[in-house]
Design a protein around this ligand. Structure first.
Ligand code: ATP
Length: 317
């Protein structure tokens, strides 16, 4: 378990992480999402004691990282797929790590096998592809057989086979009862991997929710209706037992009814409609709406402000 309590990091005037409080639990994959510059890497570095918080606290199974007796057996991390001497083989890189942390040589063989690098274990790391480098970084994270695993953007630059492999690995590590915390800026990827989501923007917590709840709220299909006789339209819908929700821009949204039925209902009551469109909310759109206010570097995309339902009630402790 990883527990953050009011975790804050300032770099001069810049607040990179702003009072984050949440818990990463065992047995599930927790996705850590946010746009570029949201503070994900800074948070992960503080969890590992590589950066010191300006305020707040973070504990790993109840203890600060620098007080863990055998850190690699408690938490393994992939932060950046760097830090490997280019002239060293995968085997020797892992062996050095194992020896300096008092881990048995046998673990090196086991993790090489887990990540599928056994056949190239004696090759120099400088000849490694990006995917092989990621696999080596993951092997290092797994070396101490830790209860907690943390991966920063593990699928960056990987091909579909590599992405699928990492996804399967994370799920199986969580199924073994481990805590798995993985960052990404891709909602679509997380939707396939994570059971729980923590979303941040400009260092602040925006959401802490189960993936099931996120999907339920956002993959809904609905019908958008707009017309000049709004009040009459609402009455007609109400009489037909249909609940319409005002979307904020003058249109109405209806769940659970077909556009054809609403169109026929409106025609029977001689109501003019300017719009009658079936819609499907995508998870990526929902994520962009949620983080729209907190993106550091904006391109003009016309993403609208978050609607009411993304309010504080959505955060879970
Ligand atoms: N050492 C540093 N000195 C000054 N500012 C920093 C430092 N490290 C990070 N920052 C700033 O803190 C903010 C958060 O950065 P961080 O790398 O944690 O975000 P991120 O969510 O991991 O982004 P990305 O998805 O782009 O990797 C950014 O504005 C970044 O420029």
């Amino acid at each position: 378990m990883i527990e953050l309590e009011g975790l804050t990091k300032r770099y001069g005037e810049k607040v990179a992480v702003d009072g984050l409080t949440f818990t990463v639990r065992p047995g599930i994959v927790t996705g850590f999402l946010g746009p570029n510059g949201a503070g994900k890497s800074t948070t992960m570095r503080m969890i590992l004691g590589l950066d010191h918080p300006t305020a707040g606290d973070v504990r790993i199974d109840g203890t600060h990282y620098d007080r863990l007796e055998d850190p690699l057996t408690c938490i393994g991390a992939l932060l950046e797929a760097k830090g490997v001497h280019p002239g060293r083989s995968a085997y020797h890189h892992l062996l050095c790590l194992a020896q300096s942390n008092g881990l048995p040589r046998q673990r090196v063989h086991e993790v090489l096998d887990t990540v599928g690098l056994t056949a190239v274990a004696r090759k120099k790391a400088k000849g490694f592809s990006l995917g092989m480098g990621q696999r080596l970084g993951i092997a290092a994270a797994l070396l101490g057989d830790p209860r907690i695993l943390m991966f920063d953007e593990p699928v960056n630059g990987l091909d579909p086979e590599g992405i699928h492999w990492i996804r399967t690995l994370m799920k199986s590590l969580a199924a073994q009862g481990r805590t798995v915390f993985v960052s990404s800026h891709l909602m679509s990827e997380m939707a396939l991997t994570a059971d729980h989501l923590v979303v941040i923007g400009q260092g602040r917590l925006l959401a802490d929710t189960s993936m099931a709840e996120f999907i339920e709220r956002n993959s809904r299909s609905y019908v958008r209706i707009r017309g000049p006789q709004r009040e009459r339209l609402l009455d007609v819908l109400h009489q037909a037992g249909i609940t319409a929700v005002e979307s904020g821009d003058g249109s109405l949204e209806v769940d659970g009814s077909k556009a054809e039925y609403i169109g026929e209902l409106a025609a029977r009551h001689r109501l003019v409609l300017h719009e009658l469109s079936p819609r499907q909310a995508s998870l990526e759109e929902a994520f962009m709406r949620l983080t729209a206010q907190s993106v550091e570097y904006h391109a003009h995309t016309g993403v609208s402000a978050p609607p009411q339902r993304w309010g504080d009630d959505w955060k879970r402790g």
